[in-house]
Design a protein around this ligand. Structure first.
Ligand code: TYM
Length: 345
C-alpha cells in the first residue's frame, strides 16, 4: 500500500521552485489519491539546524512555513502536517541508520560537496575538518529516517533531492538485509517542472539562500516585485523564443514556469511555438509569465497573511499532526527496536 511523504526545511518563505517542485505535485497527490492512502508533510527543523541558525528566527520561520503550506492548499484533515522535531523517533531512527550508512556515501553527496566548495572559496586557507559538522554530513541519513519512519513508498521532491532519495532506498535495503524485512523501498516522484533555475543565473537552481532577492520569486512577493524579478530575468541575446533547456536555459526556465501555472495545460514547447508564431519578443513572453505568477501568488499571499495571524489555530494543527505522526512513528520504532535487539527488557 502506498504511503506519501515529503519534507521541507523551515528556512525563509518558499519560492516558486519549491512551489512547482514540491507543493503543486503534492497538492495533486492530495486531491487524486484515495483517502485510504496516508499523506505526510513535515517541516524539518532538525535539518534546518545543520547550518547555524538564530533560534528566534528559526522559531518564527517554522510557524511561517506551516502557514505557507496551509495557504497553498495543504488540507490538514487529509494530510498529516507536522513538525519533524516534535517526534523524537526521527532522531532515534536516524541514529540507528547512521550505524548502517557508509561515510564514503555521505561524502559523495553533492549537497555536502557544495557546502565544502562554498566554504573553501570564502576562506581557502582556513578550512579544516573542524569547520564541517557531523550533523551536516549526516543530514541525508536523517532524511532517510523521515521517509522510513512512516514506511513511505512515494516521495515527491524536486530534482535536487534525487541523490538523497537514492541513499534512502539503499539505506532501507541495508536495514532489511541486516535486521529483516521491515521497510518498503521508497520511489522518487519528480514532476516535469522539476528544476526551476535562478532568475539571475540560469546555470544555478533557484534557492532560498542565494544573496540576490531578484534571483527568486517568493510566495509573498507583491505584483511589482514579481514583475521586476521576471523583467530582469537573465535570458540570452537570441531573438527567437524556443524551449531548449540545454542550449537556452534562461528562456526555457521562463517557459517552464509559465506552462506549470497556465490553466490551458500547454507544454513549454507548445507555448514557445505559439509565441513564435505570434511574433512575440522577450518582453511579451515576460509579461505573460508575470501574469500567471501574479494571478496564482496573489491569492496565496492574502491567505498566508491571514493564517499567519491565527496562532491558536496553527498550534492546534501542529498538535493534530504531532498526535497522528507520533502514533505511527512509535509503532515503527517498536518494530525497529525489536528487530535490532534493543527493545525493553
Ligand atoms: P528543501 O527545503 O530545500 O526544498 C523543499 C522542496 O522543494 C524542492 N525544490 C525545488 N524544486 C524545483 N526547483 C528548485 N529550484 C527547487 N528548490 C527546492 C526540493 O527538491 C524539495 O522537494 N532535504 C529536503 C527536505 C527533506 C525531505 C525529507 C524531503 C527532509 N526530509 C524527506 C523529502 C523526504 C530539503 O532540503 O528540501
Amino acid at each position: 500500500d502506498e504511503v506519501v511523504f515529503s519534507g521541507i526545511q523551515p528556512s525563509g518563505i518558499p519560492h516558486i521552485g519549491n512551489y512547482l517542485g514540491l507543493f503543486l505535485p503534492f497538492l495533486e497527490l492530495q486531491s487524486s489519491l484515495p483517502r485510504s492512502t496516508p499523506l505526510y508533510l513535515s517541516i524539518v527543523g532538525l535539518h534546518a539546524i545543520t547550518l547555524p541558525r538564530d533560534p528566534n528566527i528559526l522559531r518564527q520561520e517554522r510557524m511561517d512555513m506551516l502557514a505557507a503550506l496551509l495557504a497553498c492548499g495543504v488540507d490538514p484533515e487529509r494530510t498529516c502536517l507536522f513538525y519533524q522535531e516534535d517526534i523524537p523517533e526521527h532522531a532515534e531512527l536516524a541514529w540507528i541508520l547512521n550505524t548502517l550508512t557508509p561515510v564514503g556515501r555521505l561524502q559523495r553527496m553533492t549537497t555536502w560537496k557544495s557546502q565544502i566548495a562554498t566554504r573553501t572559496s570564502s576562506s581557502p586557507d582556513q578550512i579544516t575538518d573542524l569547520d564541517l559538522k557531523l550533523g551536516l554530513l549526516a543530514y541525508p541519513t536523517l532524511q532517510s529516517a523521515d521517509i522510513m519512519l512512516y514506511k513511505s513508498t512515494i516521495v515527491p521532491v524536486g530534482e535536487d533531492q534525487t541523490q538523497h532519495l537514492e541513499l534512502a532506498r539503499d539505506t532501507a535495503e541495508a536495514f532489511n538485509r541486516a535486521y529483516g524485512d521491515i521497510f518498503p523501498l521508497p520511489q522518487t516522484r519528480i514532476v516535469p517542472s522539476k528544476r526551476i533555475l535562478s532568475l539571475r543565473d540560469p546555470s544555478a537552481k533557484m534557492s532560498k539562500s542565494a544573496p540576490l532577492a531578484a534571483s527568486r520569486i517568493v510566495l509573498t512577493d507583491p505584483p511589482e516585485a514579481i514583475r521586476k524579478a521576471v523583467k530582469t530575468a537573465v535570458t540570452d541575446s537570441e531573438p527567437s523564443i524556443k524551449f531548449d533547456p540545454e542550449g537556452r536555459p534562461g528562456v526555457s526556465n521562463l517557459l517552464l514556469i509559465w506552462s506549470s501555472l497556465d490553466p490551458s495545460g500547454q507544454t513549454p514547447e507548445q507555448l514557445a511555438e505559439q509565441a513564435q508564431k505570434d511574433g512575440w519578443g522577450m518582453a511579451k513572453l515576460k509579461d505573460a509569465v508575470t501574469d500567471v505568477v501574479v494571478e496564482r501568488f496573489g491569492n496565496i499571499r492574502a491567505e498566508y497573511e491571514r493564517i499567519r495571524q491565527e496562532k491558536g489555530w496553527l498550534s492546534q494543527i501542529a498538535g493534530q499532526g504531532r498526535a497522528k505522526a507520533g502514533e505511527v512513528a512509535k509503532k515503527t520504532m517498536e518494530e525497529v527496536r525489536r528487530a535490532v535487539g534493543i527493545d525493553k527488557l
